[in-house]
Design a protein around this ligand. Structure first.
Ligand SMILES: Nc1ncnc2c1ncn2[C@@H]1O[C@H](COP(=O)(O)OP(=O)(O)OP(=O)(O)O)[C@@H](O)[C@H]1O
Length: 286
């Protein structure tokens, strides 16, 4: 799926609902996510079977595993992006601070606002100014804010994304004029503008050079504690550097994906309990 399609998927799916911006204090209160027995299908193809994972508030949880084992699909079930794909089905529960986001009392916009997402390729609106790119995060989730609130939010969000000092003097320049790494941090700022309590990141550095990757990793480190982060990565060193907890996914021949082992990142890398985890983290397959 292309990055621009992902953005229009989000826009197209929204209703005209308008919600009030949560108070600033929400920025400092990360939320826990608890996936319980999550299954997912594309048509008749089951890609996840009964996956359970607790993602503690304020921690970074890395999802690792070989290509095609369902990591991105699992990530997309965590803020109801999965259901945007035609013929996609979901089973199970995703508890946000104990409340099931699939419950009828939760609107799609509630899930998107509280649980933000950053994609693999930086996807700012290239012709839109840096300022408007950040503010676009509000529109994408139907959030209304005054001009003054927007000014404050732009500075707050760019600062949290580690970009403010680099762009404060050129907020009216197009987002597309930034480097790839800056564009990805702009997308992080756009996601942060609605003050989510969880941030999902789908291989956020795979399109970036090593220096930009390090900068985004620093940003993730700075966000930890303020927001719960769940990140899909193929880069084992990155998982080791940024996460406190790791979940190893695997889809064995013809079977849906599931978690082989999850736990403290240090344990997964140094004392894995399952031989398949040991082989994967040692680079023997995948
Ligand atoms: N939109 C879709 N329609 C149909 N099948 C899909 C779709 N997206 C993913 N799949 C299938 O679901 C399975 C899991 O894919 P997913 O992208 O979740 O795995 P992944 O572990 O994130 O892989 P990668 O590391 O390569 O991104 C794969 O068999 C994939 O082909």
């Amino acid at each position: 799926m292309t990055a621009s399609r992902e953005v229009s998927d989000v826009t197209d799916s929204l209703t005209a609902d308008t919600v009030v911006l949560p108070p600033v204090v929400a920025t400092t209160v990360p939320a826990s996510l608890d996936a319980r027995s999550v299954s997912a299908w594309f048509g008749s193809h089951q890609v996840l079977s009964r996956v359970s994972l607790t993602m503690p508030a304020g921690q970074v949880t890395a999802l690792i595993g070989p290509s095609g084992c369902g990591k991105s699909t699992f990530l997309r079930t965590l803020n109801r992006m999965h259901e945007l794909i035609p013929a996609a089905r979901f089973g199970g529960e995703v508890l946000f601070e104990g409340e099931d986001i699939y419950d009828a009392s939760w609107r799609l916009t509630d899930a998107r606002r509280r649980i933000g997402m950053v994609f693999q390729k930086p996807n700012p609106f290239p012709a839109m100014s840096i300022y408007d790119n950040v503010v676009a995060g509000l529109r994408l989730t139907g959030t209304r804010a005054s001009r003054r609130e927007k000014d404050e939010l732009v500075e707050e969000s760019l600062s949290r994304a580690g970009l403010w000092k680099e762009v404060r003097d050129r907020l009216r320049q197009p987002g597309g004029a930034l480097s790839g790494g800056q564009q990805q941090r702009l997308c992080i700022a756009r996601a942060l503008a609605v003050r989510p309590r969880v941030l999902l990141m789908d291989e956020p550095c795979s399109a970036l050079d090593p220096t930009s990757t390090r900068r985004v990793e620093e940003t993730i480190g700075e966000l930890a504690g303020q927001v719960t982060v769940v990140i899909v990565t193929h880069n084992m060193q990155q998982a080791a550097r940024v996460s406190q907890q790791c979940a190893f996914f695997l889809a064995e021949q013809g079977t849906p994906g599931g978690i082989v082992e999850a736990g403290a990142t240090n344990d997964i890398f140094n004392t894995p309990q399952d031989g398949r985890t040991a082989d994967y983290v040692a680079g023997r397959f995948g």
